[in-house]
Design a protein around this ligand. Structure first.
Ligand code: UDP
Length: 452
């Protein structure tokens, strides 16, 4: 890390400003900080973080020109706008850092979220090396690089008659599991996916995954890219615990969990971006109430389309569940999943939630909504067989039945056992000599030998 008397050990991290992307990037920062690097987080003003929660990092606020941000902007337009607006402010910020750091330490590398692809151009202009962080599963990344071929072969857009069919070369995924299924703006999505799948001049790819979870896909992905790939997750289990929540965590649910019997509670959350409608809220409420199972339900503000959720909860629901249910707007999820009272996770199957659930040996009910969630759900339910898919329209009796299957009986025991086996394998991967442990050390070597 030493060059002409200067320490070449500053890493600049560029997260994509959404919760499911911020968490792994900040965890990666904590991991690399523990390896002796100085960490600067170059963060957009949009969804900005509180630096006081991260005393080990330096923060650089990047002007994103979104002061008149229109909340109705779709996510593709938002990501593209963020990228376009990012280049020059990031470039200026990096140039300033290079000047300030001249005497003490130099920037070894810029690590950017694959969705913040323009960070590569900013770094490249200043001749700084870059590495890409992929925050989704390898499986989903692999399908992204396969889309051009599938499109050329006439499989995209998939016809309705094909939706249940397996995608050639991508078993066990069906066409309906693909990230592009049911998208309102297919062409724009394919274009963005193609852009974010390229690594351009970046020298490596870091993945928040574990070799033992995604071995076959990892081998295929390595063939696609000509650069080293470092699968070194799950980050949240390697980094020291910290919170990068954009919403305030309601810790009262932990006090409530403390009063519940071991493995009795089903934890319900659809993450930071998915939403349901009023009918789905009502069916979920009655499904939970009728299952007679204690539950902790996160209803994020804005996650129910229409009115606020308090007004929409059905008459009689609160009386029916009384002390058996706890509802919060945002939970300390990792702490919740690690709690002895939690026996199952009804999830939208975002990649972070999937990893967090596996790491606590918690089987899942999969209710994927969009993007890579359907692929993660397919893996959880059909390959790892540690979850049950809620495949059809949300309906209270089906919900009640699925909760019962997840939380008690032979099927539950078998799923719990398989989840515990996976948890153990993941723990071995992050321990000394394990695949993620070795990958992290390889990454540190790679950065230290980058041409900074
Ligand atoms: N999360 C949380 N509290 C909640 C719900 C979610 O802290 O009440 C965290 C969760 O632990 C995970 C992230 O938010 O790290 C969500 O990421 P994920 O990839 O699961 O889904 P996304 O929100 O991106 O759809």
């Amino acid at each position: 890390m030493e060059k002409q008397g200067q320490r070449c050990n500053r890493l600049v991290l560029v997260p994509c400003p959404f919760q499911g992307h911020i968490n792994p990037m900040l965890q990666l920062g904590a991991i690399l900080h523990s390896k002796g690097f100085s960490i600067t987080i170059a963060h957009t003003q949009f969804n900005s973080l509180d630096p006081s929660n991260h005393p080990n990092f330096t923060f650089q606020s990047i002007q994103d020109g979104l002061s008149d941000y229109d909340a109705s902007m779709d996510s593709i337009a938002l990501i593209e706008t963020l990228n376009i607006n990012l280049v020059f402010p990031l470039q200026e910020s990096l140039a300033r850092m290079m000047k300030q750091d001249e005497k003490k330490e130099r920037i070894a590398c810029v690590i950017y979220d694959a969705a913040m692809y323009k960070a590569e151009a900013a770094a490249n202009y200043l001749k700084l090396p870059t590495i890409v962080l992929v925050t989704c599963s390898i499986a989903s990344r692999l399908t992204h690089v396969t889309y051009p071929q599938l499109q050329a072969e006439g499989y995209i857009p998939p016809k309705d008659s094909m939706l249940q069919d397996l995608v050639p070369g991508l078993h066990p995924f069906r066409f309906k599991d693909l990230t592009i299924f049911n998208l309102p703006n297919l062409e724009a999505s394919l274009q963005l996916i193609a852009t974010t799948s390229k690594i351009r001049t970046s020298s490596a790819i870091i993945c928040n995954t574990v070799d033992c979870l995604e071995q076959p896909f990892l081998a295929q992905l390595k063939k696609q890219y000509q650069v080293p790939i470092f699968p070194m997750g799950p980050f949240h289990k390697i980094a020291l615990p910290s919170s990068s929540s954009l919403l305030k965590e309601d810790t009262s649910c932990i006090t409530w969990l403390d009063k519940q019997a071991p493995n009795s509670v089903i934890y319900v959350s659809i993450g930071s971006a998915a939403s349901i409608d009023e009918r789905e809220l009502i069916e979920t409420a009655w499904g939970l109430a009728n299952s007679k199972q204690p539950f902790l339900w996160v209803i994020r503000p804005g996650s129910v389309r229409g009115l606020g959720w308090q007004e929409l909860l059905p008459e009689g629901f609160k009386k029916a569940v009384e002390e058996r249910g706890c509802i919060v707007e945002w939970a300390p999820q990792k702490e919740v999943l690690a709690h002895v009272a939690v026996g199952g996770f009804w999830s939208h199957c975002g990649w972070n939630s999937t990893l967090e659930s596996i790491c606590e040996g918690s089987p899942m009910i999969c209710q994927p909504c969009f993007g890579d969630q359907r692929m993660n759900a397919r893996y959880v339910s059909h390959v790892w067989r540690v979850g049950l898919e809620l495949d059809k329209e949300l309906e209270r009796r089906e919900i009640e039945r699925t909760i019962r299957r997840l939380m008690a009986g032979k099927e539950c025991e078998e799923m719990r056992q398989r989840t515990m086996d996976m948890k153990v394998k993941v723990e071995l991967s992050i321990g000394e000599g394990g695949s993620s442990y070795n990958s992290l050390n390889d990454l540190v070597e790679h950065i230290c030998h980058s041409d900074c």
